[in-house]
Design a protein around this ligand. Structure first.
Ligand SMILES: Nc1nc2[nH]c(I)nc2c(=O)[nH]1
Length: 271
């Protein structure tokens, strides 16, 4: 399939992908796009009936999987409560893969071309707030983009006020009023932050550190989608905890939180 390279028009590539999805799923228009990051994989099954599951490398522009052999899938799900259709992007392209920003946001552009008006972006991240123990879901209230790049090209000035929709955050709070909110800081990665960089992120007003989401959110706004972002704190960011968390604890916390955050996400989507 065609990689959105320097020459192709990324929006044409997204339209091609959307046309392929409509044909392959038999669903003319999808209403909601979901990106399931680390720890959120279980949510898809709770949303409703899977209408179709496509290997993402068969869809124009999604290219080869990041991890050899790990072919991401794209699922079309009929949301049982509302009859709406969700497009679940099972694999995300990270900036650190070096495929360019167009590849990072191709899924968002494709979802919009497929009809989606809402994008729900989830991720796993590091937390700066010691109250948010590993396994805590946090609504993203705003972001700080430290990638030094943008998915927007040329003089496309896009307003990012209320990028993480306060309306959708209100719906999330109707499901769980105790959900904390925080500012998400995207670093380029793939290395984790040093303790000094984590301190810097805190001084700048960040509460969460990760390697995804902000560029996807900007691209989603450019194509008119309303965005909800939810992070799963899987570890305390470097330097926050005097005792470095063991990797086993991080994996365990993420897995233990799985059922709860998947149910939470499913409830929000059904709103
Ligand atoms: N940048 C960054 N990304 C992450 N992803 C996960 I899971 N934990 C982290 C973290 O501590 N920092």
């Amino acid at each position: 399939p065609h990689q959105p390279g320097a020459d192709a028009d990324p929006f044409e590539s997204a339209r091609d992908a959307a046309a392929h999805i409509a044909r392959a799923t038999g669903i003319e228009s999808h209403d909601i796009a979901l990106v399931l990051g680390s720890g959120w994989g279980g949510a898809a099954d709770l949303l409703g009936e899977t209408v179709a599951e496509l290997a993402s490398d068969e869809i124009p522009g999604f290219g080869k999987p990041a991890v050899a052999g790990h072919v991401g899938t794209l699922r079309s799900i009929r949301i049982e409560a509302t009859g709406k259709h969700a497009l679940v992007l099972g694999s995300r392209t990270h900036l650190y893969e070096g495929k360019g920003v167009r590849a990072v946001v191709h899924g968002m552009r494709t979802a919009a071309a497929a009809g989606a008006k809402t994008a729900i972006l989830t991720n796993g991240c590091g937390g700066l707030n010691t109250d948010w123990t590993p396994g805590t879901p946090v609504l993203i209230s705003d972001h700080i983009n430290l990638t030094a790049t943008s998915p927007l090209e040329g003089a496309t000035f896009v307003d990012l006020t209320d990028l993480y929709s306060s309306r959708l955050r209100g719906l999330a709070h109707e499901v769980d009023a105790s959900l904390p909110e925080g500012v998400y800081v995207q670093f380029p990665g793939p290395h984790y932050e040093t303790p000094a960089e984590v301190r810097m992120a805190g001084i700048m007003g960040g509460d969460l550190v990760g390697m995804s989401t902000t560029l996807e959110a900007i691209a989603a706004r450019q194509v008119g989608m309303e965005v909800l972002g939810i992070s799963l704190v899987t570890n305390l960011a470097a330097g926050i905890s005097p005792v470095p968390l063991s990797h086993a604890e991080v994996i365990e916390a993420g897995q233990a939180a799985g059922p709860r955050i998947s149910a939470l996400l499913a409830e929000i989507v059904k709103k």
